[in-house]
Write a protein that binds this ligand. Structure first.
Ligand code: RRO
Length: 290
């Protein structure tokens, strides 16, 4: 058992927000998914107060050892999330972490207050780091703004607050430390790195949102460096992610200071990645114990 912000988890491997669609997986894999859910906790895709359609297509670009997404936060809004998604997520048999994003402190506050008395939700992850929307982004790269935001949100719920940090900043350690000072219970990193691809044959940017976020093995070394530097700055637990595709990758993030590891882009290549990586990680631990 792993303890994380007072929550008991069977192992240290969870999914990265937006990278494992339970509703789609249930259609494909049926009840087996809920009998043997691959992750120790489920992190849902970012939800906002009002519904959002997302960015215009194209939304994906495959790059060497990775991909660039410009999804733009499509989601049904918090009301439909509670009515339609929450009952399914609550039946997965693992703790649920709901990821939320607001474009102002007031929107974040409304989301947190709405979730505060929902017993199905074990923790809330604050997305201050999506690279694909015009608003809500800068606060994650501004240590003072981040501390003030957390100070405002902290009294609104007893649930653990996890701050999803942006890698698109010169000093991620300062942002993590500010989140901790403001009352965050944990930090998670890294979100995607801002990136761009041009349309083959000309015509400007390929992605409908112009720029997007780079993920996958291409960012693994960046994630390792940023998690290591955050671990030197904060005492609160860290969820490490970025290019994790194997138990060895997960073990590396744990070695530099992460408490949990999240699997993101690898889920799109291998829908069974969660259980495979958790098993590989257990193998790494067993080898090290010998
Ligand atoms: O939806 C997205 O475009 C998105 C989000 Br919310 C995020 O946090 N990170 C990302 O790479 N894409």
């Amino acid at each position: 058992m792993i303890e994380f912000c007072g929550i008991e988890l069977a192992h240290p491997v969870i999914n990265a927000s937006g990278c494992f669609d339970v509703l789609a997986a249930r259609e494909r894999f049926g009840e087996q998914l809920t009998r043997q859910f691959p992750f120790a906790a489920y992190v849902s895709k970012t939800v906002t107060l009002a519904p959002r359609a997302g960015n215009p297509p194209p939304r994906l670009w495959e790059s060497p050892a990775g991909m660039i997404n410009s999804i733009g936060l499509p989601n049904p809004g918090i009301e439909r999330y509670l009515d339609e998604h929450l009952p399914v997520y609550a039946g997965l048999g693992v703790p649920l972490i709901t990821n939320v994003m607001g474009s102002s402190a007031g929107e974040f506050a409304a989301l947190i207050e709405t979730l505060a008395d929902r017993a199905e939700v074990s923790a809330v992850e604050l997305n201050v780091s999506c690279p694909n929307v015009a608003t809500g982004l800068d606060i994650g790269a501004d240590p003072r703004g981040l501390r003030l935001l957390l100070e405002e949100l902290r009294p609104l719920t007893q649930k653990p607050l996890i701050v999803k940090l942006t890698p698109n900043t010169a000093d991620v350690g300062a942002c993590a430390s500010a989140a901790e000072d403001g009352g965050a219970d944990a930090v998670s990193l890294i979100n995607t790195l801002r990136a761009m691809a041009l349309a083959p044959g000309g015509g400007g940017p390929w992605l409908g949102g112009r720029t997007g976020g780079l993920s996958g093995p291409a960012i693994r070394a960046v994630a390792l460096a940023q998690v290591a530097s955050v671990a030197e700055r904060v005492a609160i637990p860290i969820i490490g992610m970025g290019g994790v595709g194997s138990g060895a990758d997960a073990a590396a993030l744990l070695e530099v200071g992460a408490r949990l590891v999240a699997v993101g882009t690898e889920n799109f290549r291998d829908p069974a990645a969660g259980s495979r990586i958790a098993a590989e990680l257990a193998g790494v631990f067993a080898e090290n114990a010998d």
